[in-house]
Design a binder for this molecule. Structure first.
Ligand code: ZN
Length: 240
C-alpha cells in the first residue's frame, strides 16, 4: 500500500491537481489529507469539493476551523484574516459544516495524523525544532505520525534522543518513532515554490518527499483577480 500524505492545500487548485496527478503516477493507492484545505488562495470551494469527493481521511487545520466558524479573527495576522473573511463568503453553509465536523486527530493504518502536533492539538502550536517535537512524542503512541501546519517538510526521529534530519527519504526502523511534516501543497515556506507532499510505502517502510511544479502564474492571476491581498500571490513565487 502506497499512501499519499498531503496537506496545507490552502485553496490552491492548480497545486492540488498537480499533486494528485503526481501521486497517481507514483502509484499511490490511498490518500490522507493533513488539513488546511482552505484559506489564503483563490479556490476554497473547488479544493474542498475535490478533497471531499476523494472520501479519504482528513484532519482539521486551523484555517479550516476559522473558515467554518463565525468568530472574530482579530488576533490573527491581518493578511490571513482578510483571506479567511473572503473564504467564509465563498463557501456554502453546508461546505462550512463539513469543515467544522472534521476530526482533529485520526489513526490510519498503523500511523497517526494531526494538523499541528499531538501535544494540545487544538492550540495549533508550531513544531519548528526538536524541542517542540519532544512535546509531541510524549503523546505519540504509534510509531509514525504525519503532520503539517508549518508548511516546511521535516523529519523528527526519537530513539535514545530526539533529533531532526533532512526531509529526504527515510526508512522507518524498529525501535524508533517518527514525526514527519509532509510540507505544503498550496503555500510552501521552505524557499522552494513547488508543491510538497509525502508518500509512505507501508510494505517497504519507506517515506519519500515529492516536489511538484504547477501553473504558478495562473494561481497568482486568480488571487489578484479575486481581490485577495496581492502579497499572497507574491509569496507563492518565493516559497515563503
Ligand atoms: Zn496551513
Amino acid at each position: 500500500m502506497r499512501i499519499a500524505l498531503f496537506g496545507d492545500i490552502h485553496a490552491n487548485l492548480e497545486a492540488l491537481e498537480a499533486v494528485l496527478e503526481d501521486a497517481r503516477e507514483q502509484h499511490c493507492s490511498d490518500y490522507v489529507c493533513l488539513g488546511d484545505v482552505v484559506g489564503y488562495n483563490a479556490n476554497p470551494a473547488e479544493c474542498l469539493e475535490i478533497v471531499r469527493e476523494m472520501n479519504c481521511p482528513v484532519v482539521k487545520g486551523n484555517h479550516d476551523e476559522d473558515a467554518a466558524g463565525d468568530h472574530s479573527l482579530e488576533t490573527m495576522n491581518p493578511t490571513a484574516a482578510t483571506a479567511l473573511m473572503w473564504t467564509r463568503e465563498q463557501l456554502t453553509p453546508e461546505q462550512r459544516l463539513w469543515l467544522r465536523k472534521l476530526r482533529i486527530v485520526r489513526q490510519v493504518a498503523d500511523f497517526t495524523v494531526v494538523h499541528s502536533t499531538l501535544d494540545q492539538p487544538t492550540n495549533w502550536n508550531y513544531v519548528t525544532n526538536r524541542f517542540d517535537a519532544m512535546s509531541n512524542f510524549s503523546y505519540q503512541f504509534t510509531q509514525v505520525c504525519f503532520h503539517g501546519h508549518t508548511h516546511v517538510p521535516r523529519v523528527y526521529i526519537k530513539d535514545s534522543k530526539v533529533h531532526e534530519v533532512a526531509a529526504e527519504s527515510v526508512v522507518v526502523e524498529p525501535g524508533a518513532k517518527y514525526f514527519i511534516n509532509a510540507g505544503s501543497v498550496g503555500q510552501p515556506r521552505d524557499g522552494d515554490w513547488r508543491s510538497c507532499y509525502a508518500i509512505y510505502d507501508i510494505e517497504s517502510r519507506l517515506i519519500v518527499f515529492r516536489r511538484v511544479e504547477y501553473d504558478l502564474a495562473k494561481t497568482q492571476r486568480k488571487i489578484l483577480e479575486s481581490g485577495l491581498p496581492p502579497m499572497l500571490a507574491e509569496r507563492l513565487a518565493d516559497g515563503r
